[in-house]
Design a protein around this ligand. Structure first.
Ligand code: C5P
Length: 224
């Protein structure tokens, strides 16, 4: 069967990764969480006290970073590795979330991530989620989905997810972080978050995971 590229973009905490992962499973495609790559770069910068205002320091740091995804037998998911260390859980940390959008505005960081993402899509048969996948990474993708959800629904979903790992977290913190990331992601100079002109909009505020998967699968099958 013909293999295609499916891009899933949208604001923070719209359920993009869940949809992308489920869709990839159903189609037997590779799933790539591009946000995990930006998060891993941010983790490296924070750990090594990189001054990301300085182009030279950023370039040097990027030359020391090797990112990969490796399958985890226990969870049945692909985890992000930073220089051979599994950082899948660490990159979800609040400190990383607070800094990742600033790091993601840096041109060199985007070029670094985008080049690897494009390489991963060379053989097609991939579902990638992020902010600029349908506009910059794979502008010719066969299926582009732009996911939206009511901001209050997104805060609630994200809060529930984070609260399980960290009961200290407050709803205010989660709300502020989502609003800040959406603002920076939408207003940055290099490939800001935009809906591609040929993307299908999926508002999942009132949809279950199964319902949104059903819709996306239907759109995918039309392209196969
Ligand atoms: O998808 P996730 O929320 O984990 O992404 C974390 C951050 O990484 C986003 O808020 C955004 O700043 C950045 N990102 C990006 N481009 C992508 C994916 C993520 O700038 N394609």
């Amino acid at each position: 069967m013909k293999k295609i590229i499916i891009t899933i973009d949208g604001f923070s905490s719209c359920g993009k990764s869940t949809l992308a992962r489920q869709l990839a499973q159903k189609l037997n495609y590779v799933f790539i969480d591009s946000g995990a790559m930006y998060r891993a770069v941010t983790l490296y910068f924070l750990r090594n006290h990189i001054n990301w205002e300085k182009k030279k320091d950023v370039e040097k740091a990027l030359s020391e970073i090797n990112l990969s995804f490796q399958y985890n037998d226990q969870t049945g998911r692909s985890d992000i590795y930073l220089n051979d260390e599994n950082v899948e859980l660490l990159v979800r940390d609040m400190l990383v979330s607070e800094n990742v959008s600033a790091v993601s505005t840096i041109r060199e960081v985007r070029e670094f991530a985008v080049a690897q993402q494009q390489q991963m899509g060379k053989k097609k048969g991939i579902v990638m989620d992020g902010r600029d996948i349908g506009t910059t990474v794979f502008p010719k993708a066969e299926l582009k989905i732009f996911v939206t959800a009511d901001p209050a629904v997104r805060v609630e979903r994200r809060f529930k997810e984070l609260f399980e790992k960290n009961p200290q977290i407050t709803i205010e913190e989660v709300k502020n972080n989502l609003e800040m990331r959406d603002y920076i992601d939408s207003n940055r100079e290099v490939s800001p978050l935009r809906q591609a002109a040929d993307a299908i909009v999926l508002d999942n505020s009132n949809l279950t995971r199964d319902e949104q998967l059903h819709k996306a699968l239907h759109w995918a099958k039309e392209k196969l």
